[in-house]
Design a protein around this ligand. Structure first.
Ligand code: ARG
Length: 471
């Protein structure tokens, strides 16, 4: 035990004769990571002090000194001049101790009617709320980049896949538009989570409220929370908002990883549908020709971390009795890394989408294989020849087998060849076998027809409040 550590903590050391061991300090201290909460901690303390003064619990002079001291500490930390101390455990005690150095006695009155339990709960709610707002800006930008690329490509035809096998012709714009919807739901999930984040635990004190005449509605209002949480025990114990946040973040990261995987596939030289910019690719140290989609691969991998953080939090909270347990200090790093990982994934995806170039010829070529209009042929047999769909499916399948045998596309079979399978077929069948026509024929709501995709994109721009450069 170092001499320094033997000194008992001046903040909670009243009943202690010695100080914690080095090891105790090491496992106990959170300052190495919770210093990220300094701005929220100061914001919460200023609101608390303002309320204490209004309720005549501290004097106007105390309030003034506290506010000035906290502002100075904010500047010190922001500029890197503040020296954090592990002996002081966490961000709350680091700031409070520095405040006492700066302003003396009034600092000792700041913690009246408050505990670190409601203080830390307030800090992380403010933190998660800020992060949700920042993530929303990033996701909105990503939607705008997708919207722009989609708008430019409503007539750029490519195969749509199921099982990664050619299915039906779609447009690249239609494909990207699917992600605008997915990201839109991610934004909605985060906004919904924000409602439950945005309630104030401040004034719950250790777990039971306080006998001081505080005004929790005032602190809630000062911190832009919607309301004070109605049960003090719940207020300090609840971390379900962190579970909700990391689960919404996990779903969002999974969506990004699906798009990332498609980008990896599209940029292979087999597909060659898109080319990523130099900004979002790397070279190989040995193979000079390589241009690797590392950013996309990392975005593909990142959900592992984020869903791991959800699992960590869920495991920490499972079976944890009310109210506070030091277990809860372990909520910080998963939350911090979730926001860091998700926001960089969103930003990199945004950049990749904006910068990518599209190889329309390769997409078009890919449609020559895999008979993407076989469904249209079956539909033709139903519509024009009155066949039942199951029979039509069988006939179309037999024609596909014939085309494969001949090594050609369906539309390259001669009418005589077609009539050898279905004698009633006539010249009109060739129009439905054309790729453009097949794509544009799907004009049902939400279908691939360019006119429909354009309408849906315009409507998505309004629904998600997106800047639509296309209009
Ligand atoms: N550093 C602690 C945390 O992050 C602050 C709360 C400490 N409360 C306590 N009763 N020891 O959870």
């Amino acid at each position: 035990m170092s001499e320094e550590n033997k000194q008992k903590s001046s903040i909670w050391g009243g009943r202690f004769k010695g100080g914690p061991s080095d090891l105790m300090q090491e496992i106990n201290a959170s300052i190495t990571f919770d210093k990220a909460l300094y701005a929220e901690d100061i914001q919460g303390s200023k609101a608390h002090a303002q309320m204490l003064e209004k309720q005549h619990i501290i004097s106007p002079d105390d309030l003034k000194a506290i506010q000035q001291g906290l502002d100075k500490i904010h500047r010190e930390i922001a500029s890197g001049a503040f020296s954090f101390s592990v002996e002081l455990e966490d961000i709350h005690m680091n700031i409070e101790t520095r405040l006492a150095e700066l302003i003396g006695d009034p600092a000792k009155r700041l913690h009246t009617a408050r505990s670190r339990n409601d203080q830390v709960a307030t800090d992380i709610r403010l933190y998660v709320r800020n992060q949700i707002d920042e993530l929303d800006v990033g996701l909105q930008q990503l939607q705008e980049n997708l919207l722009k690329k989609a708008g430019e490509n409503t007539k750029t035809l490519m195969p749509g896949y199921t099982h990664l096998q050619t299915a039906q012709p779609i447009s690249f714009g239609f494909h990207l538009a699917a992600y605008i919807e997915m990201i839109g739901r991610d934004r909605q999930r985060l906004q919904d989570c924000r409602k439950r984040v945005n309630e104030s635990p401040l004034g719950a004190a250790a777990l039971a409220g306080t006998s001081f005449p505080i005004d929790r509605h005032l602190t809630a209002k000062l911190l832009d929370f919607d309301r004070p949480m109605p049960n003090a025990l719940d207020a300090v114990s609840a971390r379900d908002f962190a579970l909700e946040f990391t689960s919404a973040a996990t779903i969002c990261a999974i969506h990004l990883s699906r798009l990332a995987e498609e980008i990896v596939i599209w940029s292979t030289d087999r597909f060659n549908f898109i080319r990523l910019s130099d900004e979002f690719t790397t070279g190989s140290s040995i193979m000079p020709q390589k241009k690797n989609p590392d950013a996309a691969e990392l975005i593909r991998a990142k959900p592992g971390r984020i869903m791991g953080h959800f699992i960590s939090l869920a495991t920490i909270l499972k079976g944890l009795p009310l109210a506070y347990g030091k277990d809860m200090q372990e909520d910080k790093e998963p939350l911090f890394d979730t926001t860091k990982t998700l926001s960089i994934s969103i930003a990199a995806m945004s950049g990749m989408i904006a910068d990518m170039s599209i190889n329309t010829a390769a997409m078009r070529d890919a449609l020559q294989k895999g008979h993407p209009t076989a469904t249209d042929l079956a539909d033709f047999l139903v519509r024009n020849l009155g066949k039942a769909f199951r029979d039509a499916h069988h006939i179309s399948g037999t024609l596909v087998a014939l085309a494969d045998e001949r090594g050609c596309a369906l539309e390259n079979l001669s009418l005589t060849e077609m009539q050898s399978i279905e004698p009633l077929l006539d010249e009109n069948v060739y129009s439905v076998l054309k790729i453009e026509e097949a794509c544009n024929a799907r004009s049902s709501f939400g279908g691939t027809a360019a006119s429909d995709v354009e309408l849906r994109l315009a409507e998505a721009a309004i629904r998600f409040n997106l800047n639509d450069e296309h209009e």
